[in-house]
Design a protein around this ligand. Structure first.
Ligand code: SF4
Ligand code: SF4
Ligand code: SF4
Length: 504
């Protein structure tokens, strides 16, 4: 367990607020305030990391504790206590997952097969405006003995934008940084999502902004329609992107999406690394991994090599890499920069250290010298195999564009007289929402907020109006029986066979 140096402790209780298992207590004794760590402590080290005064240190081991190895925190859990995540309990000397395995799946809301596809799409349909008018086309066809209806309209959506996913490690700016197109602010950098950088272009506030509203509408549509667009982050980092193509960042075309973070790379390929080198540092902007210290390294029989990587330690074998324009989106400009120092009381001369990134595209081999310095040496076949295996397990870099919108007025008024009825029908799986023929994922909760992969939408389906709003082809498909139940415009239903454009 850990203990607090009582004489130096300022009694601020920050540690207590952060302890995940309430193992820290505070009170008053003989007129003196105290903050103490109890024997429930599992050594997760959170309190030590948050204490602003550095007064928390190691104490004696708690009797009967079991070290959990289900993650790199490695809690030492005393009998009767749970680990920091509260998932594992030491029950009388046995570490158990304290929740029963759930084997019964929840009932899924899923549209029936015969309403999954629209009868026709809304592309080219025109718009019902004002919203009180029925949708431009309400069509019916018989599918396997069931009458099915699709209503279609090209709906102006003020709440709309695109989420652009760029499969790359390359630094594109910090979260929240402004994204420009045509010199106007059109969006911002979002959080990263495992191996991809995310940019959001649009949204109601950007679309209605005095400066850049029209540029935003043009940019959303261009991206959603699969056109090539040049964006810039903070007017410094240039990103050329197009649905389905590799992004080009500052003139360099991205090739490969990483296999995972540095820790995951070691976790996946520890056995290959063991065969090749004494140590391996996998550089990554999120988590840089140190093979010999990592739990996966231990799993294949490694012990810490004495190598100290140039990054901030998180947990065993895992280090925060920092953000920058260097290797793997870090500040490290060369593989040599990844090695901070070598502790020669553990390491020995002649040890080999492979430094690679998470795509295996950059790799260099080093040898530890007598004085603790390292020297680059030619790659061995086995070391090259590590980098090759990483590379072979990576996918090609791509740009994906997801259109996000919320259907409110014409896209519901055109369907039925009580707009909430179509909203509920979609949420209950009685009606299917598609955008230009592609199935949309509808967010849970109120309203009809959706996201759709524009790579699956009919070509050039998006337009914009200078309100400004983007115009999306919106289709709802349901059985004729359900359409009548939600108060649909029954007198406007036409048989699809009556459309001159209809070809079977
Ligand atoms: S955070 Fe540090 S100084 Fe504050 S109460 Fe805890 S141990 Fe004491
Ligand atoms: S090490 Fe973790 S469990 Fe122990 S007192 Fe600190 S925060 Fe609580
Ligand atoms: S899985 Fe939970 S109990 Fe186990 S080491 Fe990690 S945080 Fe601790």
């Amino acid at each position: 367990m850990l203990k607090i140096r009582e004489d130096a402790c300022k009694k601020c209780r920050i540690c207590m607020k952060n302890c995940p298992i309430e193992a820290i207590v505070a009170g008053e004794e003989n007129g003196q305030k105290y903050v103490r760590i109890t024997d429930k402590c599992v050594e997760c080290n959170i309190c030590r990391r948050v204490c602003p005064f550095g007064v928390i240190e190691n104490a004696d081991q708690t009797e009967g504790m079991i070290q959990c190895s289900s993650c790199s925190v490695q809690c030492k859990i005393p009998v009767g206590s749970t680990g920091a995540c509260k998932r594992y309990t030491n029950e009388g000397g046995k570490l158990v997952r304290n929740r029963k395995l759930v084997v019964e799946p929840l009932p899924q809301v899923e549209a029936a097969e015969n309403i999954r596809k629209p009868i026709i799409t809304a592309v080219g349909a025109g718009t019902n405006y004002p919203c009180i008018r029925p949708a431009p086309h309400i069509v019916c066809e018989n599918r396997d003995g069931v009458d099915v209806v699709t209503t279609v309209t090209e709906a102006p959506l003020s709440y709309s934008g695109v989420l652009v996913k760029l499969d790359t490690n390359t630094y594109i700016g910090e979260e929240g940084a402004t994204v420009y197109c045509e010199g106007k602010p059109v969006g911002m950098v979002q959080t990263e999502e495992y191996g991809s950088k995310m940019i959001y272009v649009g949204g109601a506030n950007r679309l209605t902004a005095k400066d850049g509203g029209f540029a935003t509408a043009r940019t959303i549509c261009a991206l959603a329609n699969g056109e090539e667009v040049e964006l810039s982050v903070d007017k410094k980092i240039k990103i050329r992107c197009q649905q389905g193509k590799a992004p080009v960042i500052n003139g360099v075309e991205e090739q490969t999406m990483r296999i995972g973070c540095g820790s995951a790379t070691i976790g996946l390929l520890a056995d290959v690394m063991k065969e090749a080198v004494d140590e391996c540092i996998v550089i990554d902007h999120h988590v840089t991994g140190l093979f010999s210290e990592h739990l996966a390294g231990r799993e294949v029989g490694m012990k810490w090599s004495g190598v100290i990587p140039n990054a901030t330690k998180s947990t065993v074998g895992r280090y925060f890499g920092g953000h920058g324009d260097g290797i793997g989106g870090t500040v490290l400009q060369t593989p040599r920069d990844a090695i901070k120092s070598v502790d020669m009381s553990v390491a020995h001369a002649g040890m080999t250290i492979l430094v690679t990134n998470t795509t295996g595209e950059i790799a260099a081999l080093f040898e530890v010298q007598e004085d603790g310095d390292v020297k680059e040496i030619p790659m061995t076949e086995k070391a090259a195999k590590v980098a090759r295996t990483i590379h072979e397990n990576c996918q090609s870099s791509m740009t994906s564009v997801m259109y996000c919108g919320g259907t409110g007025g014409s896209a519901r008024g055109g369907v039925c007289k009580h707009p909430v009825a179509i909203t509920e029908a979609v949420h209950e799986g009685r009606a299917q929402l598609t955008i230009g023929g592609a199935p949309a994922f509808v967010y849970p909760g109120g309203g009809l907020n959706f996201i759709v992969d524009t790579g699956k939408v009919i070509n050039k389906a998006f337009t914009w109006v200078p309100t400004p709003a983007t115009v999306a082809p919106v289709e709802y498909t349901m059985t004729k029986e359900d359409y009548e139940k939600i108060g649909g415009h029954m007198d406007r239903i036409k048989n699809v066979k009556d459309f001159p454009e209809y070809q079977k």
